[in-house]
Design a protein around this ligand. Sequence first.
Ligand SMILES: Nc1ncnc2c1ncn2[C@@H]1O[C@H](COP(=O)(O)OP(=O)(O)O)[C@@H](O)[C@H]1O
Ligand SMILES: [Mg+2]
Length: 356
Amino acid sequence: MKKRIVFFEAVGGTDKGEDGHRRDTMPMVNALSTHGWTGEVIQLSDEILRDENESKKIYEFVRDNADGYVSRVNPGNIKEEKLYFEMLRKLCDDGLVGMPHPDAMIGYGAKDALTKLADTELVPDDTYAYYDIATFKSTFPKSLAKGERVLKQNRGSTGEGIWRVRLENAGDYGKFDSLALDTKIICTEAKDNHSEERKLGEFMDFCEQYIVGDNGMLVDMTFLPRIKEGEIRILMLYKTPVYVVHKKPAEGGDAFSATLFSGAKYRYDEPKEWENLIGWFLERLPEIRTKLGNYDLPLIWTADFILDTDENGKDKYVLGEINCSCVGFTSPAEFMAKIAVMVGENIVNIVSEKKA
Ligand SMILES: Nc1ncnc2c1ncn2[C@@H]1O[C@H](COP(=O)(O)OP(=O)(O)O)[C@@H](O)[C@H]1O
Ligand SMILES: [Mg+2]
């Protein structure tokens, strides 16, 4: 073993500190050195990825010098995601430990992870993914006829293109098998909780943009009204929960978004304060792993939950989203150093196990 790990970052972007790196990257590099390992940051850009010579040099360097990589590139910060994933895939094929493998990033992180888990306790079984416009337009008027829905686009992570959709006339739920295109609906976007009056047909036309193109899709999920009580995010390091963020959406109106920009309030808790949720979630990890393609769990990832009520009137949690492409842990600041140390230990353990 070389005891050397490469951290891939994107050049620039608003997430970088004074040293030009993501603020939580160097703490991880330093944590590795306490184990006698070396961490090295390589920054990529669209220019570098497009330049065959340059990207070949980087690929060969990492292949010949590192045991594995940690991917810290926000897919929103580069256009050449395909080329980036190709490089990562080759490195994994060469025997490097991918943290994570690019297919794991897609398997865990894409919004249709929810539909792959729809036959488990984690996700309601009436959760659908649309990959083509025709299926979306024939199925969505049926699902909305039964009750309020959330439509989620696959791209971005700031609530953009995440729409809560309800009938203007709430008394109409359950009356029809499918809805007419001129049905009046109210749409609220999670980006900023703004609401718009639309007609169903026209709104579905507008949503075509989310389905076309690379990785385009829309997930259609029941609206969970207890989002008002908060979204609960578990930050995971591989198999270990590190902390829980309780995100309470702004009060009033149609507000349902847990993003900071939309006015949600965040509170950070220790895992022991969420024993029930975490115990239940950890028991489901093997199942999650199998259903999402059997890739190794990501190194740094999050799972978001929303409360629901089961047939017996008891609380139950519903999985709303997994993130694993570029999860940071800079806030709360007092946790960062401690988490970086844990990441260092995890990397050494994971790589040592895989390379043994
Ligand atoms: N099924 C749902 N019921 C109620 N609120 C939801 C539901 N799904 C998502 N939300 C709200 O919308 C926000 C954005 O959705 P999310 O799936 O997390 O997408 P993003 O990738 O933009 O973070 C969530 O933080 C949550 O507040
Ligand atoms: Mg989210």
